[in-house]
Design a protein around this ligand. Structure first.
Ligand code: NAI
Ligand code: AKG
Length: 414
C-alpha cells in the first residue's frame, strides 16, 4: 500500500493517538481533528506589466481556546489547503509544548516570490492582509514569517493592517524589523531553538558536538543560521542544500563564505557546478541530520538509507510517520518538528509581549528566556518518551495537545 503523504490526515492520526493515551474522549478528538476556521481568499494583484493576476490565499485557525491563534504565513507555489490546515494544527502543539498562551494558526499564498518583483510581492502581502483582516488581529490571530516570507513582508503586512484599523498595531504580526517593534533575537530564534535541541539530543546519545558531522537541508532563515551555529560550536557541516541541489564536502564546508553569498531566498548552490541532489544529501554519512526546508523529505523510500543517528527537525513535517517508525526501529533519535522548531514562535511570543507592554528586552534577555523554555520542553518530552515507551513525536503531541484540550474543556466546549 502506498505511504500516506497527506500531512493533514497523518497529523490527525497522531493527535488521535496522543488524546487516547491521555485518556480524552472521542468528542475531544472530534473538536481537535481539524481547524475551527479556514478562510480561503482570492487576491487581485496589479502586476508590473499592467495586468491583474488573482492569487489564492489561506488562513487556518485550529483552536483558539488557550488564547489568540498564532503562526506564520508561507509564500510558496505548493501551498495548499490541506498543508495549511496541518501547519495550523502543529502550531497548536508547539504553543502547548513551549507553554505559550496561544492556539495554532497558519496561512499561505500560492505564489513563487522568486519569480516576482519586490513591488508585486508587496502588493500580494498587502492584498492578503486586506482579505483576511476580519479574522486576524493582536488579540485574535497573529501572523509571522515562514517559507519565502521575511521581516520586510511582515512590515508591509503590519502597515496595511494599521491603515485598515486606523491605529498603529505592532502586535498584529511578529518577525518585524527591529525598527518597527521587532524583537532582538527573532531572526535567529528558530535556529537557536534547533541548536539547543541538537545539544540536548547529542548529550543523550553521547555525541560530542565538537567534530560531529552535520548535514543541513535548506539554507534559508532556519537552515543557514543553524549551519553557522553548528560551525561555531566546532561541528563539521559536511552538507547543505537549497531548492536547487546540495553541496557536500567530507572535510567541512566554509559556512561563513556560503552565508555571505546566499540570496534572500536561501539560494546558494546555483553558484556551484559540483552539486548533488537533495535526496543524495539526506543520505550522506553524518552524525546529525537537520531537515530545514520543506515537508515529506524523509519517507519510507529513503528512511533505511539515512546514516545519521540523530535527526532534528527544523522544518515542519519533513519526516513521514512510516519513516519515523522505520528510523525509530533502527535506533535513530528523532527530535520532532513541533519541539525542535518551536524557538521561532517562542521568540514571536516574546515580541508580542514586548509590543503589548511597549518595553523592549536585550538580545541576551531574549536568548536566556528562549533557552530556559526550550530546555524545559526538551527534558519534559524526552522524559515522557522514556517513561511511556513512545517515540519523541508521540510524546511531543501528548504534551502539545493537552493545553488546547484542557482549555477547550474549561470553556465548556467539550
Ligand atoms: N522561519 C521560521 O521562523 C520558522 C520556520 N520553520 C520551518 O523551517 C523550514 C524552513 O523555513 P525558513 O528557513 O523560514 O524558510 P526560507 O524561505 O528562509 O528558506 C527555505 C529554504 O528551503 C529551500 N527549499 C525550498 N524548496 C525546497 C525544496 N523543494 N527542496 C529543498 N530545499 C528547498 C530554499 O531554497 C531555502 O534554502 C520550513 O519548513 C518552515 O516551516 C519552522 C518554524 C519557524
Ligand atoms: O513565529 C511564529 O509565530 C510562527 C512560526 C511558525 O510559523 C512555525 O513555527 O511554523
Amino acid at each position: 500500500m502506498a505511504e500516506n503523504l497527506n500531512l493533514f490526515t497523518s497529523t490527525q492520526n497522531v493527535i488521535k493517538e496522543a488524546l487516547t493515551k491521555l485518556g480524552y474522549t472521542e468528542e475531544m478528538y472530534e473538536l481537535l481533528k481539524e481547524p475551527l476556521r479556514m478562510l480561503t481568499v482570492r487576491i487581485p494583484v496589479k502586476m508590473d506589466d499592467g495586468s491583474v493576476k488573482i492569487f489564492t490565499g489561506y488562513r487556518a485557525q485550529h483552536n483558539d481556546a488557550p488564547g489568540p491563534t498564532k503562526g506564520g504565513v508561507r509564500f510558496h507555489p505548493e501551498v495548499n489547503e490541506e498543508e495549511v490546515k496541518a501547519l495550523s494544527m502543529w502550531m497548536t502543539l508547539k504553543a502547548g509544548i513551549v507553554d505559550l498562551p496561544y492556539g495554532g494558526g497558519k496561512g499561505g499564498v500560492v505564489c513563487d516570490p522568486r519569480q516576482l518583483s519586490m513591488r508585486e510581492i508587496e502588493n500580494i502581502s498587502r492584498g492578503y492582509v486586506r482579505a483576511i483582516s476580519q479574522i486576524v488581529g493582536p488579540t485574535k490571530d497573529i501572523p509571522a514569517p515562514d517559507v519565502y516570507t521575511n521581516s520586510q513582508i511582515m512590515a508591509w503586512m503590519m502597515d496595511e493592517y494599521s491603515r485598515i484599523r486606523e491605529f498603529d498595531s505592532p502586535g498584529f504580526i511578529t518577525g518585524k524589523p527591529i525598527a518597527l517593534g521587532g524583537s532582538h533575537g527573532r531572526e535567529k530564534a528558530t535556529a537557536q531553538g534547533v541548536t539547543i535541541c541538537i545539544h540536548e539530543a547529542a548529550k543523550k546519545r553521547g555525541i560530542d558536538i565538537k567534530g560531529a558531522r552535520v548535514v543541513v537541508q535548506g539554507f534559508g532563515n532556519a537552515g543557514s543560521y543553524l549551519a553557522k551555529f553548528m560551525h561555531d560550536a566546532g561541528a563539521k557541516v559536511v552538507g547543505i542544500s537549497d531548492a536547487y541541489g546540495g553541496l557536500h564536502d567530507p572535510d567541512g564546508l566554509d559556512i561563513d563564505y556560503l552565508l555571505d553569498r546566499r540570496d534572500s531566498f536561501g539560494t546558494i548552490t546555483t553558484l556551484f557546478d559540483n552539486t548533488i541532489t537533495n535526496q543524495q544529501l539526506l543520505e550522506i554519512d553524518c552524525d546529525i541530520l537537520v531537515p530545514a526546508a520543506i515537508s515529506n523529505q524523509i519517507t519510507e523510500e529513503n528512511a533505511r538509507n539515512i546514516q545519521a543517528s540523530i535527526i532534528v527537525e527544523a522544518a515542519n513535517g519533513p519526516t513521514t510517520l512510516e519513516a519515523t517508525r522505520i528510523l525509530t526501529e533502527r535506533g535513530v533519535l528523532i527530535v520532532p518538528d513541533v519541539l525542535a522548531s518551536s524557538g521561532g514562535v517562542t521568540v514571536s511570543y516574546f515580541e508580542w509581549v514586548q509590543n503589548n507592554q511597549g518595553y523592549y528586552w536585550t538580545e541576551e534577555e531574549v536568548n536566556e528566556k528562549l533557552h530556559e523554555n526550550l530546555i524545559k520542553a526538551f527534558d519534559n518530552i524526552y522524559e515522557i518518551s522514556q517513561t511511556r515507551g513512545v517515540n519523541m513525536r508521540l510524546a511531543a503531541y501528548m504534551v502539545g495537545v493537552r493545553r488546547a484540550a484542557e482549555a477547550s474543556k474549561f470553556r465548556g466546549w467539550v
